[in-house]
Write a protein that binds this ligand. Structure first.
Ligand code: ZN
Length: 133
């Protein structure tokens, strides 16, 4: 794993939370992007090498909708950048971690992504991400 690439935060409303995080981080949101397969709308901020990804559900079946309903708004996942997501998935699986997918999928921000089950990571939802070149 190279670094913390971004931290994902589940919010109810981007129209409320984007201006809030712009004030908090003192930097404008540089990108919004819909991930239709996940029923989420995302908004990105960058500070140093790390990004903040705000996630708003766009449908009731979205994992973000279920998260917000159960736990309320807040920290949703930590994403680590990797150079070879396939190799890293294999390594983590052999170390006993539970992956939520058998194969990487396309995430926001031009990334291949894979999530680890929080059951195997002390309750923290971990995302692996690799930039698509
Ligand atoms: Zn993410």
């Amino acid at each position: 794993m190279l670094k913390v690439e971004h931290i994902g935060i589940a919010v109810k409303s981007l129209s409320i939370s984007v201006p809030l995080f712009e004030k908090l981080l003192n930097t404008p949101c540089y990108k919004t992007e819909a991930v239709t397969s996940e029923q989420v709308q995302t908004a990105f901020f960058q500070r140093g090498e790390t990004k903040i990804e705000l996630l708003e559900a766009t449908g009731p079946d979205s994992a973000i909708a279920k998260f917000v309903e159960k736990k309320g708004e807040g920290m949703h996942h930590i994403a680590f950048e990797v150079t070879d997501i396939y190799a890293e998935m294999k390594r983590l699986q052999s170390e006993g971690f539970t992956l939520l997918q058998d194969a990487p999928k396309h995430g926001a921000d031009n990334k291949l992504i894979c999530f680890l089950h929080p059951r195997s990571t002390n309750g923290v939802l971990v995302e692996l991400c690799q930039e698509i070149k």
